[in-house]
Design a protein around this ligand. Structure first.
Ligand code: FES
Ligand code: FES
Length: 145
């Protein structure tokens, strides 16, 4: 239908013109993550200042779903604090799995990825960047202890 077509266009647009793809030279958090089901990998780099993610970039190799999702993620979390970023991640997991949630977070483009819930193998692709984000925060906390 029309909505699916629109969503597919959004995903292809992010895949072909990824936002925030590249290397962040002065990142304070860098995390690598791979999707064990296919071996694709992603690196997420963030710069945190006074509790705010002031900059974020990603690079890596992956399918269109994983790269589009990473691109959207960088747009969504830039300028947010850690807690909000994690909340967004969880909202995103619920959304792509088609779960109801009353949390009112605006995921804009990310809604386009909702279709992946029909293909369980692809959920791992869509969540790859977000899992990396969460791992990055966790690793850092463990490191500080
Ligand atoms: Fe095919 Fe991820 S898009 S398995
Ligand atoms: Fe590997 Fe999607 S097929 S991340």
């Amino acid at each position: 239908n029309q909505l699916d077509t629109l969503y597919r266009q959004v995903i292809m647009d992010h895949y072909k013109k990824p936002r925030n793809k590249g290397v962040l030279e002065d990142s304070s958090i860098t995390v690598n993550m791979n999707n064990p089901t296919c071996g694709d990998r992603i690196r997420v780099m963030m710069k945190e200042e006074n509790g705010i993610i002031t900059d974020v970039k990603f690079d890596g190799e992956g399918c269109s779903i994983s790269m589009a999702s990473a691109s959207m993620m960088t747009q969504l979390i830039k300028g947010k604090d850690r807690e909000t970023a994690i909340k967004l991640a969880h909202r995103f997991y619920d959304m792509i799995q088609g779960n109801e949630t009353d949390e009112d977070l605006d995921l804009e483009d990310a809604e386009a990825l909702q279709g992946v819930s029909k293909f369980p193998a692809r959920i791992k692709c869509a969540t790859l960047a977000w899992k990396a984000l969460e791992k990055g925060f966790k690793d850092e906390l463990n490191h500080e202890e």
